[in-house]
Design a protein around this ligand. Structure first.
Ligand code: ADP
Length: 513
């Protein structure tokens, strides 16, 4: 069985479940567009389409010195950002640990800690020239230091400088915070300590990516995160944000950045072609049936989907198809196989002088491994490198990982990552179509905008480090909106997005004061 046609059929069957034919990608894009439209008209829709009150993007000529505070990842960061006005900036930062006690205790204690950290930063990083918050021509009160807050939790934003905390995520659960204005919680903490710091802007990390890329590239239409989670923010016509129709902000017309919260696509579980491996992950997750799109795409989950595939092969009956039926504590543990290991496996396959091509990730042909000495020496060397990664990362004994096992793990990793990147292309294509920059392939009509360059700022370890992720995302874009548009899409890392974005947002806030 382990070598015969039945065994091969098991791999082929899994392979086909992860394929996304053109029709499926197009259908998903159509459904994504529908969700965008519903979210722009309604509150409390899973695709939240949150108005951010950011009414334009920078062009690189902005100047000023600001503080930024970033809360939402493993560490909290305080930085000083100097915008030079020539698309460049200088950034000095310090990371501070946020203990579990602070994450789960009283909100006032958490915000007092944030204020103390800003105070410590100002002491340890004496203001550069021009000094923080001073020497700024836009400064209304020269003694006050202006700060932008990047807060990457769900917030119902009501102005550039206010927003109600809706829920905590990522291990935070501080009491008496939900329902309160996060800017006020922080400002009250600054005021309790008589600090001359004023929080003037609140931004999400996606908005930060959009603004910072726009500053360094001289324009940008979409900021997207492909890291622990996935999300995107883009520039929308205010007239399309129908749920703001009665807000004074809407009467001015023009543009506004919308935070899509696209990770929630398919919360109704009807569109995405999920596999038993996705369903297993979802069932055991802390938020079953929520964030379905994110669960197929982002770094937190890809390793777990792959682990589920690998375990199903270890457990295959009547005879194991992987690792001779053995596992290790890491492979047995939920979340025990990190997405970075998949990345490591793919890098090992490629070697140093790889081309940007993964050869289409064919299903390993088990019959090729009947006599491993006959394997092509280049392939053998690649598989040996993968074996070394698995021995190191999963704590297998070397004898327990055959070259065939290595080939199967490489295939499973590529299978899951490739689907993620193709689906990421669906989200990007949706934004291009929604903003009139593209038309879905096969549909009537012409784009209304034809800029030579369509700026997309991205951040996150997945897009930065995972081999072929961007190339595969682009393949999806070519399928969905055609090569002519795809070629004009300029994808670039949003360097220090949360810090620089918060500073740019703070500048916009004080300009409108
Ligand atoms: P965050 O999104 O929290 O700001 P990152 O962008 O670093 O942080 O994303 C962290 C996620 O990226 C984790 O889920 C991790 O599994 C994944 N990751 C870390 N390193 C890599 C890598 N080299 N290749 C692919 N994914 C990675």
């Amino acid at each position: 069985f382990a070598k015969g046609p039945e065994a091969q059929a098991v791999l082929d069957g899994i392979h086909s479940q992860f394929q996304l034919p053109t029709e499926t990608l197009s259908e998903l894009t159509g459904q994504f567009l529908e969700e965008f439209k519903v979210g722009l008209g309604n509150y409390n829709h899973p695709m939240a389409m949150i108005p951010t009150f950011v009414t334009g993007v920078p062009d690189g000529t902005e100047t000023g010195t600001f503080l930024a505070l970033d809360l939402g990842g493993t560490n909290m960061r305080v930085c000083e950002v100097v915008l030079h006005g020539d698309k460049t900036f200088t950034l000095r930062q310090q990371k501070y640990k946020v203990s579990t006690a602070l994450k789960t205790g009283e909100a006032t204690a958490l915000f007092d800690y944030l204020a103390d950290s800003v105070d410590a930063f100002l002491t340890s990083h004496p203001p550069t020239d021009p000094p923080v918050g001073r020497g700024n021509p836009l400064e209304p009160t020269p003694d006050v230091v202006h700060l932008g807050l990047t807060f990457s939790f769900p917030v119902e934003q009501t102005a550039l400088d206010s927003g109600k905390i809706l829920t905590w995520t990522k291990g935070f659960s501080a009491k008496h915070a939900i329902g309160n204005d996060v800017v006020k919680l922080l400002q009250d903490a600054f005021d309790r300590k008589h600090m001359h710091v004023k929080c003037v802007a609140l931004v999400n990390d996606t908005v930060g990516a959009l603004l910072s890329r726009s500053y360094t590239a001289g324009g940008c239409v979409l900021g997207a995160i492909f890291g622990t989670g996935t999300n995107g923010a883009y520039v929308e016509d205010l007239s399309n944000i129908r749920k703001l129709a009665n807000d004074p902000a809407a009467s001015r017309g023009g543009l506004m950045v919308v935070n899509t919260e696209w990770g929630a696509f398919n919360n109704s579980r009807s569109h995405l072609p999920s596999t038993p491996f996705d369903n297993g992950l979802d069932r055991l997750s802390i938020n079953p049936s929520f964030q379905a799109f994110e669960k197929m795409i982002s770094g937190m989950y890809l390793g777990e989907i792959t682990r589920n595939i690998l375990l199903s092969l270890v457990d295959a009956a009547p005879k194991s198809l992987l690792f001779g039926g053995k596992t290790t504590p890491a492979l047995n543990a939920q979340w025990g196989f990190d997405t970075s290991v998949m990345s490591g496996v793919e890098e090992a396959w490629e070697g140093k002088d790889s081309k940007n091509d993964n050869g289409g990730n064919p299903v390993p042909q088990l019959s090729d491994f009947g006599s491993p000495e006959k394997l092509d020496p280049t392939v053998k060397a690649k598989l040996e490198r993968i074996r070394a990664v698995l021995v190191k990362e999963l704590a297998f004994a070397e004898a327990d990982v055959s070259l065939r096992d290595a080939a199967i793990v490489k295939w499973a990793s590529s299978l899951v990552a490739r689907r993620a990147a193709l689906l990421s292309g669906v989200a990007v294509a949706t934004v291009l179509i929604q903003t009139g920059r593209a038309v879905l392939s096969g549909q009537e009509g012409k784009p209304t905008k034809n800029e030579p360059k369509i700026g997309v700022g991205v951040d996150g370890s997945l897009i930065e480090f995972y081999p072929h992720f961007e190339a595969t995302l682009r393949e999806s874009l070519r399928t969905l909106v055609g090569e002519e548009v795809e070629k004009r899409v300029d994808i670039g890392m949003a360097k220090d997005g949360s810090g620089v974005g918060a500073a740019l947002c703070a500048l916009q806030a004080i300009k409108s004061m």
